[in-house]
Every structure is written in structure tokens, then in C-alpha cells.
Design a protein around this ligand. Structure first.
Ligand SMILES: [Cu+2]
Length: 575
């Protein structure tokens, strides 16, 4: 039997009026030092009581970094992020385990986690972004993740990625934004000076979450989420922005803002952010600036319709609302937030009601240089043997990549080598969101372009629901500089947990051969880690890699920044 033993630390803050309480708030920010080589932080994974602000709350969930979403990390390219990741959860004795041979590729290990630095062009070799690492409850791990000096500034994110429990952790809101900062003076003033809003969208599908929890015998999550009440829409499934249910954004009429949108998604559909077509009273317009943390080359790109950010994807938008008035925004076909556009008293804002063409438009801009790993390969043919098919297919226990389900250990799908131009022929992207670790990829061809998905664009996550079932999305990238494991999977994490995931390997040799559809062990030159080893912190085999690394300058998060959300610190225990 499980119970919440002590709910302490009452209201951190409340405001006096409900109107004020709905104004969008932001996660705490960890603005890391750019003048030092290394920054060290601590991220705890633990139960937290949250209240998104509807009648059925509050409820307990597993949170990363002391809030939902967790604190926004801002760092500079050329620095190393050290994270002491402390899994403070308690083992549930009856929970399903991946080590059970009857439970391969099912929901397992609800209290075991790790961290993935989604979108980072960073090493997959421990102690960096190797998602085959397992950190069981009660254990901790010291990540050290160098962000290369030429890393493109942009919006990425961090979330647990343990095979079998990714969905359980994302349904509970364990995610945080990670921003590689723009260099001073690198952006035009109209972007650099614009009000910046980091907006983390999270999908609370309570009904599905309970099904997953039952499957994993995750009694804690099942008990907590079963208590969530509310209307059919709220109690069954709802969307939050920065942990808030249907908040308000007050904007100034006619003034550009920069919205940095992270869809911390785990299901099948794109975010499809859209202003209410019938009632866009505020006359809000979108201009696309970046996707998946990579600046597009043709900014400003007008987005007339919805913004189809795939689960796991990001979009930076310049947004302006040209009228005074109110507009509801929808995401995932649900009313998600409201913009209140207020007229400005400033005389230098010249706006003609309803006429966006009457105010200055944004000036075209692109970075002066793209880093090596983002140099266009549109006109470059793939290296010999480096074009492989990747077909995402099926659902649940029939979900596969190229016909096979995930296998741990030394089992690899494709291989490449440093300097190769790698091409993939993706199938199934109309309903599965292809995500690739370490290297973003360029959209080359094979599909019908839309305003959002155009040839030459870079992504790390791709779901194009407007494409037809038989479409092949051709993508290409150059494996410039980071060798090691490269995980590919569906970012419908339910599919990934059930086996729609595979490992590739980038060999640390310049030249050689690529290989497709190996589905077998790899050996030979250029392996930069032990592909046989799977590090489980606390297990005997992992002793060397799970050791502590020095001073404990812990960053303790005080989650008192939520003005409208009553947070409790929950000590979780069981008898
Ligand atoms: Cu899928």
C-alpha cells in the first residue's frame, strides 16, 4: 500500500485575483556562466505536487528539477554542462522490470530514469548523452556534456529517456527547456530586443497515462492520476503551457515578440498551434525564425495556418498581434491559451487596425555562418553505401523499424563513419515522428513541401501528417565530428517504449564503409565506447562510471517562482 506521508510547505505564493493568476508564468531560469569552461548543476527526479489551475487538481507527479516543467537551462556553446542527476524515487516492489525476459519492449521500470539532451549536437559517449544508461531509484549519476564551440544557438530540451519508462515520465511532465544562448550582437535588434517567451507545451492525457501505469504496474502514478477530476476535457486530457492550464498572455498591440515553443510531446499528433480562425480578434500573425533550435535561412517565413511542431520538436516564432482584442489559441485541437492584446500608449508604435501591412515588417536575416554539422548537403550526393531505408511501421507490439523491434546491447541497425554524407529514406512519417539523436538532418526531397516543411530545412524530429502514407522523406546529414552511438526512434514514446527504436553507430574513422540493416553486433575500428556494456548505475559492472566527481556545489531549486500555482514538496514513502 502506498500513501503520501507528508505534504509540507504550503502555498508558496498566491495572487488575489483569478485574472492575474491566469497570466502565463515561466519556469525558473538557470542562466549559466559563459566565461567559465564548466557549469555544474543538480537536477533531482522526484515526486512533486502540482496544480495546473483547474478544478480537479492538485495532483502528484514525477518532476525533473523541482518544477513542471523543470528550470530552463541557458548555456553557451563552448562550455560543458555538468549535471548531478539524482534519482530520488523509491523502488516499487511490484513494478514491471525490463530485466524480466517476458517484458522486453513493454512499459517497465517506472522509477528508473536517465537524461537525454534532445537536440544537442553532443557526444553520446558517457558521461554524456548515452540514453542506454540506467539510473535506478536511489542512485545518481554525474553527466558531463560538452557543447561544442560551434554549436548553433537555439532551443532544445532535457527529459528522461530510459527504454520502457520514457512515456511514464513524459506523461508526468518531466521535461525542461535548454537554450544555447545567442552571442551578443549576433541577432538583429528587432529579434534580440523582442520580448522572449519560453513556452513549454505538455500533453496530460490522463486516461492513456493510467493505462500505461497499469501496464508497468506503476501503482504510484496510477493512484495519483486516478484522483484527477474535472470536466470530460480536463479530467481526460488537457494541455498545459509552462505547467498552467489555459493561461493568458498579455501582449502589446503591434509589437513583435519571440515565442520559443517546445512541444514536450509523447503521443502521435503534432502540436498544431493555431489562432482561433473564427475569432482572431487580436489579429495575431506568425513568422517562423527557427525549427528544432536551428535558424532557418529564409526568415521571416510567414506561417498562415497552424504550426505543426512534431512531438519533441521546437519552433521559434516572431509573433505580432495587430489589433487590440482577445484571441484564443488552440493546440492539439484544444483551447490552450488566450492572448489579450492591449493598445499601446507609445507613440512610436504605429498600427493600423487590421492592417498588418501598414506596420514595418521584419527584415530578412540568417546567421552569417552555419557550423560544419549544419552545412547544406542539398547538392552533395550521399557517400557510397551510406543511403539506408528507415521505415517506421506498426503500433504497440507490432511497432518496428525496418521490420524489427529494439534490442539492447551490441545490436545495431546502420553504421557510418566520420565525414560521411549520410542519407536516409524515411517511411511512415505521416504518422510516426522520426527523431535522431546527436546529428540534425536536412530535408532533401520526396515529399510535398508545405509552408512549415521545406527542402533545405533542418530538423531533429520529423512528423509530416499532411504527407500521404506512401511518401518517402529523403533526409541527409554529414557526420562531421562526433562518433559513437546514434539512437533513432519514434517520438511517440509509447511506440519507442514498445520497440520502435534502434541504434546506429558513427565510427571514429575518417573513411571506410557505411552499412545498412545490420541488425547485429558490430566490431572493428572506430568504436569509441564499449558497445557490449550497458551501464546500470549501482550495478557491479557500472562501478567505474558511476563514481562521484568532486565538489558538491549543488544548485538547490526553490520552486517559489510559480505565482499562480500552489506547490507542495512531497515526501513520498511506502509501507
Ligand atoms: Cu510512432
Amino acid at each position: 500500500m502506498v500513501f503520501w506521508s507528508s505534504a509540507i510547505v504550503v502555498a508558496l505564493a498566491t495572487l488575489s485575483t483569478s485574472v492575474d493568476c491566469k497570466e502565463l508564468e515561466y519556469p525558473p531560469v538557470l542562466d549559466l556562466d559563459c566565461s567559465t569552461d564548466t557549469n555544474r548543476i543538480t537536477l533531482d527526479f522526484d515526486w512533486l505536487e502540482v496544480d495546473p489551475g483547474f478544478e480537479g487538481g492538485p495532483f502528484q507527479t514525477r518532476a525533473l528539477g523541482g518544477s513542471v516543467p523543470g528550470p530552463t537551462i541557458k548555456l553557451c556553446a563552448g562550455t560543458t554542462l555538468e549535471v548531478e542527476f539524482r534519482n530520488l524515487l523509491t523502488e516499487q516492489p511490484n513494478a514491471a522490470k525490463e530485466t524480466d525476459p517476458n517484458r522486453v519492449n513493454l512499459y517497465n521500470d517506472p522509477d528508473t530514469a536517465n537524461l537525454h539532451f534532445h537536440g544537442g549536437h553532443v557526444s553520446s559517449v558517457l558521461p554524456a548523452d548515452d540514453t542506454t544508461l540506467a539510473v535506478p531509484p536511489g542512485e545518481s549519476y554525474n553527466f558531463s556534456v560538452p557543447f561544442p564551440a560551434d554549436h548553433m544557438p537555439g532551443l532544445h530540451w532535457v527529459h528522461p529517456h530510459h527504454h520502457g519508462s520514457s512515456s511514464l515520465h513524459l506523461v508526468g511532465g518531466a521535461a525542461l527547456a535548454l537554450i544555447v544562448k545567442d552571442l551578443d550582437g549576433s541577432l538583429p535588434a528587432e529579434i534580440a530586443d523582442a520580448k522572449e517567451r519560453v513556452m513549454v507545451f505538455q500533453d496530460w492525457d490522463i486516461v492513456t497515462a493510467i493505462v500505461i501505469a497499469k501496464n508497468a504496474r506503476d501503482a504510484n502514478l496510477e493512484a495519483s492520476f486516478s484522483k484527477i477530476e474535472g470536466g470530460e476535457d480536463v479530467g481526460g486530457r488537457f494541455i498545459t503551457v509552462n505547467g498552467m492550464y489555459q493561461p493568458t498572455l498579455t501582449v502589446t498591440q503591434g509589437v513583435w515578440e519571440r515565442w520559443r515553443i517546445l512541444y514536450a510531446g509523447w503521443q502521435d499528433l503534432a502540436l498544431n498551434l493555431v489562432a482561433d480562425e473564427m475569432m482572431n480578434e487580436a489579429g495575431c500573425e506568425f513568422q517562423l525564425l527557427a525549427k528544432d533550435g536551428i535558424y532557418i535561412e529564409d526568415f521571416p517565413r510567414h506561417i498562415e495556418f497552424e504550426v505543426p511542431v512534431p512531438p519533441g520538436g521546437r519552433a521559434d516564432l516572431m509573433v505580432r498581434c495587430n489589433n487590440a482584442g482577445t484571441t484564443d489559441f488552440w493546440a492539439l485541437s484544444r483551447p490552450t491559451f488566450t492572448v489579450v492584446s492591449e493598445s499601446s500608449s507609445s507613440s512610436d508604435v504605429i498600427v493600423a487596425q487590421g492592417r498588418s501591412d501598414a506596420v514595418p515588417s521584419l527584415t530578412p536575416w540568417a546567421p552569417t555562418a552555419y557550423p560544419d554539422y549544419l552545412q547544406s548537403v542539398e547538392e552533395t550526393t550521399a557517400s557510397p553505401g551510406c543511403t539506408c531505408p528507415v521505415k517506421l511501421d506498426g503500433y504497440d507490439d507490432t511497432g518496428t523499424i525496418n521490420g524489427k523491434r529494439y534490442r539492447s546491447g551490441n545490436n545495431f541497425l546502420h553504421t557510418s563513419y566520420l565525414g560521411a554524407v549520410v542519407e536516409r529514406e524515411l517511411k511512415g512519417i505521416y504518422e510516426h515522428s522520426y527523431h535522431q539523436h546527436i546529428y540534425p538532418f536536412q530535408l532533401i526531397g520526396g515529399f510535398d513541401e508545405t509552408e512549415y516543411f521545406q527542402y533545405g530545412d533542418w530538423h531533429d524530429t520529423l512528423l509530416n501528417s499532411l504527407s500521404s502514407t506512401g511518401t518517402t522523406h529523403i533526409i541527409r546529414y554529414r557526420t562531421t565530428d562526433i562518433p559513437g552511438k546514434l539512437i533513432v526512434h519514434c517520438h511517440n514514446t509509447m511506440h519507442a517504449d514498445w520497440g520502435m527504436m534502434a541504434k546506429e553507430y558513427v565510427r571514429d574513422v575518417s573513411g571506410g564503409e557505411c552499412a545498412c540493416d545490420l541488425f547485429s553486433a558490430i566490431s572493428g575500428p572506430g568504436l569509441v565506447d564499449d558497445v557490449e556494456l550497458r551501464v546500470i548505475v549501482g550495478a557491479e559492472v557500472a562501478e567505474e562510471t558511476s563514481s562521484s566527481s568532486g565538489a558538491s556545489a549543488h544548485y538547490i531549486f526553490h520552486s517559489a517562482l510559480w505565482l499562480c500555482t500552489v506547490l507542495f514538496v512531497v515526501t513520498f514513502s511506502m509501507i
